[in-house]
Design a protein around this ligand. Structure first.
Ligand SMILES: Cc1cc2nc3c(=O)[nH]c(=O)nc-3n(C[C@H](O)[C@H](O)[C@H](O)COP(=O)(O)OP(=O)(O)OC[C@H]3O[C@@H](n4cnc5c(N)ncnc54)[C@H](O)[C@@H]3O)c2cc1C
Length: 424
């Protein structure tokens, strides 16, 4: 079937579905005979593949990932600071195949046919599924800030996806003069890794303090407050006095536009010139989820957090940054936690059992220096009446806590989450 014919066919099938005349040919397979396909082999998708196999080793589990190499965003601020090489961020999924029997497919998924429960790959091949898990991460909203688009991002990095973008920002910081100004723009919520921009400012300051101490960092924020704010502000005062300036939108309003040739950020009431400009634009659910109409008007995907099944299309589960799991933040820890709940729920649903009420956790560490870290954590339970999550416990590093100990915890968390998520 040609691409155009397929599209017409899918449209027709969608219309039939809306009329209650679903064209699906086969009934879903049950129990161990079922096929689960996962698209996206980052923190969410890889964890889901692993735990599906752990919960039922007989399940047919296929993980589709378009990129040959996965560079972890978690840890990428440390690479920018020069503590590690880029390759330190590489995560291998080989263990998922060799130890657990997950089928790994390196391909871009270009279409989902929910009526016939098929994932269509770029080469035209089709993967049938009984349950589909999507963890496609985020896309940048290149239409959100006047003057900043995909083309501009090739020389004004966002570095909000690790890899080439991380190296671009790192190289610009290395080339910057002593006394230069680094500007980071931080988006409004929700976005990937709420404390990330402030950790980045801290670790750039850590690098500049040692190499170009007359330099300055300005954060131009679309928000009026941010994650772990008190702790960051205290840390900046203690470690990098006078080096980091945070500008709230209450002071300067929102960004009006960016002048990419002059590296100028123009806000409603002021303008700032950068030597190195790092624009972190607003974000949205990954392309495939939006294309399949799994995202709502917010550009994120509504799910029932009981099983992370889409509230818009049945048999498709969305986890990680792409889903709406408020009040959980969009983090690797959240994606990992959601993947386990989703995997357990899928195994239950395939066996005609009702999944139990979920309990999820998140714990986000941020480094301010190699031996100085802070964290925030939360526990989330399911509220059946509202079909959403509520925070039932949580907190941040106490002001008088040992930051060196937190840094040790942060390092071991990173090793553990990588091993847990990628089948190591
Ligand atoms: C600077 C920074 C620092 C961070 N630090 C932390 C931290 O300390 N702690 C923490 O918990 N979180 C941190 N995060 C957040 C964390 O990286 C993300 O929340 C996490 O990666 C989300 O996992 P995911 O599975 O939703 O998406 P991703 O990990 O982005 O994985 C999505 C995958 O899907 C693939 N994909 C997408 N579309 C397709 C398709 N059509 N076909 C095939 N494959 C596809 C992509 O190639 C990608 O590999 C940080 C993020 C940033 C930017």
């Amino acid at each position: 079937m040609s691409g155009i014919n397929r599209r017409k066919f899918l449209k027709l099938a969608g219309t039939l579905g809306a009329l209650g005349l679903a064209a699906c040919t086969t009934a879903p397979r049950k129990g161990s005979k079922a096929k689960v396909v996962i698209v996206g082999g980052g923190y969410g998708g890889s964890t889901a593949a692993k735990y599906l196999k752990l919960f039922n080793p007989l399940l047919d589990v296929t993980l589709v990932e378009k990129m040959k190499h996965y560079y972890s965003c978690a840890g990428s601020n440390e690479v920018i600071s020069g503590w590690h090489d880029l390759d330190w961020l590489l995560r291998s999924r080989d263990g998922l195949q060799t130890k657990l029997g997950v089928k790994l497919v390196k391909a871009k998924a270009v279409e989902i046919d929910p009526q016939n429960r098929l994932v269509i790959l770029k080469d035209g091949s089709e993967l049938p599924y009984d349950r589909l898990v999507l963890s496609p991460g985020v896309d940048m909203r290149f239409d959100a800030i006047d003057g900043y688009d995909l083309k501009t991002s090739k020389f004004i990095p966002h570095a909000w996806k690790a890899g080439k973008q991380t190296t671009l920002l790192l190289n610009q910081l290395r080339a910057m003069r002593n006394g230069g100004v680094v500007i980071i723009t931080a988006p409004a919520s929700p976005y990937r890794c709420p404390p990330g921009p402030y950790e980045r400012a801290s670790l750039i300051a850590n690098y500049l303090k040692q190499t170009k101490p007359r330099s300055k960092i300005i954060i131009i924020d679309a928000k009026t407050q941010f994650s772990k704010q008190e702790l960051f502000l205290k840390g900046w005062q203690d470690l990098y006095p006078g080096m980091i300036e945070w500008i709230s939108s209450a002071k300067e309003g929102q960004i009006d536009h960016i002048n990419p040739t002059k590296l100028l950020v123009v806000t409603e009431f002021n303008s700032h010139r950068a030597d190195v400009l790092n624009v972190i634009p607003p974000q949205k659910a990954g392309w495939l989820a939006r294309k399949t109409e799994l995202a709502d008007h917010t550009r994120w995907c509504p799910v029932d957090p009981h099983s992370f099944e889409s509230t818009l299309i049945p048999n498709i589960h969305i986890i990680g940054d792409a889903c709406i799991a408020t009040p959980m933040p969009k983090s690797a820890f959240s994606a990992n936690s959601q993947a386990k709940i989703c995997a357990a729920a899928i195994v239950d649903l395939l066996n005609d059992r009702q999944p139990g009420p979920p309990s999820l956790i998140n714990h986000c560490y941020s480094f301010l220096a190699p031996d100085y870290a802070i964290s925030i954590n939360g526990v989330y339970e399911y509220s059946g009446t509202e079909r959403q999550l509520v925070a039932t416990a949580g907190g941040v590093t106490p002001m008088n806590a040992d930051r060196q100990l937190e840094a040790k915890f942060a390092k071991s968390w990173r090793d553990n989450i990588s091993a847990d998520s990628f089948g190591g």
